[in-house]
Design a protein around this ligand. Structure first.
Ligand code: ADP
Ligand code: MG
Length: 334
């Protein structure tokens, strides 16, 4: 029978919880609560909406990038199940003014990311709206062995791929009226779905739990903790940080900069890196091969312990007390 995984805290997830119980089917093994649903036949399926002025702004991205980004985000959820992409479908909800070249450019970006990760673009829906531009992308993938959010065990280590905080930094720069430097901008405009990395890791390791970082490390690790009924302890000083050095931009004192960057990495969404847990000692032997092959760091950022929720330790081993959470779509609604 269909299983739903408990989600972590946050108003967005409180609302989703109110939709439960959801209809089930014997061929749907994992339903809501993970990065994608898992069907008995080995298919995984997920849907993600990108909404203008909520997930992106037109003055930040080109039409081509808007299309690319929406597909990359959808593919990231396939990666987060350790599945191989098969197909994307798009619902393109267009303001009338976007009819024509702008829509074609969106589709060019979507085709580019589908091609890049071996997925077909298997159809969709095109409709007009009086509201903002919306792209809703369904992603389908296949795997013999889906890695869920619910398999973390006390004694596991917690790992992340790549560098965190870059996408949040790009948004911060745009909001402050600046242009992010190209590498920071790319982290937001063209996130890299870690499809190949997830498949590679799943082949070599027994991954216990896996999620992609869409809402921020704290929020997403909390989903693993809730689904697995464990606590996750994050060592803030071990988080691999995206760094920027824009010539001519005055840098704040090092202490402040570090604090801000760590905070961005902990709470900033949109990095689409992978976070996974595996038994202590099992990842280290393949770490340098991963780093060479994918040109990205693989970092141990914490551990799984008995308990509930997330605990964050600072560089001195003291518990960070203030409430840190990831992006919550309804976090500011009262
Ligand atoms: P992700 O960031 O991996 O795309 P989300 O945070 O968007 O996942 O969603 C969390 C979980 O809640 C997913 O398993 C998703 O399928 C489920 N979910 C979200 N919205 C709804 C809804 N309206 N009805 C049923 N399930 C939902
Ligand atoms: Mg996800």
């Amino acid at each position: 029978m269909t299983r739903h995984s408990p989600l972590g805290p946050g108003r967005e997830f409180d609302l989703i919880r109110r939709f439960f119980p959801l209809p089930a089917h014997r061929d749907v093994i994992v339903g809501a609560g993970d990065d994608a649903a898992v069907l008995r036949s080995g298919w995984v399926v997920s849907t993600d909406a990108s909404v203008e002025n909520v997930h992106f702004r037109r003055d930040w991205l080109s039409a081509e990038e808007i299309g690319y980004r929406s597909g990359a985000i959808a593919l990231s959820d396939v990666a987060a199940m350790a599945a191989a992409p098969v197909a994307l479908l798009i619902s393109l909800v267009l303001p009338a003014a976007d009819y024509g070249t702008f829509a074609e450019q969106i589709m060019s970006g979507l085709k580019r990311v589908a091609n890049g990760f071996g997925a077909a673009l298997a159809g969709g829906d095109t409709t007009r709206t009086e509201g903002p531009l919306v792209l809703a992308v369904v992603a389908l993938g296949r795997t013999e062995h889906a890695v869920l959010r619910s398999g973390a065990r006390p004694g596991d280590d917690v790992w992340v791929t790549g560098l965190l905080g870059g996408a949040a930094l790009a948004v911060q720069e745009w909001r402050a009226g600046n242009q992010p430097d190209p590498s920071t901008r790319a982290r937001y405009a063209e996130p890299l779905p870690r499809v190949r990395e997830a498949l590679w890791l799943a082949q070599r390791l027994e991954l216990h739990a896996l999620i992609d970082l869409s809402d921020g490390l704290v929020s997403d690790a909390a989903h693993i903790a809730s689904a697995s009924n464990v606590a996750i302890c994050i060592d803030a000083s071990a988080i691999p940080l995206h760094s920027t050095s824009q010539p001519g931009v005055a840098q704040p004192p090092p202490g402040f900069q570090l604090a801000g960057a760590v905070r961005s990495a902990l709470t900033g969404g949109d990095d689409y890196e992978l976070c996974f847990t595996a038994a202590r000692g099992t990842v280290q032997p393949i770490r340098s091969e991963f780093e060479q092959l994918f040109n990205a760091p693989l970092s141990r950022i914490g551990s799984v312990v008995a308990g509930r929720g997330i605990e964050i330790m600072d560089e001195n081993g003291n518990r960070v007390e203030d409430v840190l959470s990831g992006y919550d779509h309804f976090g500011t609604v009262s």
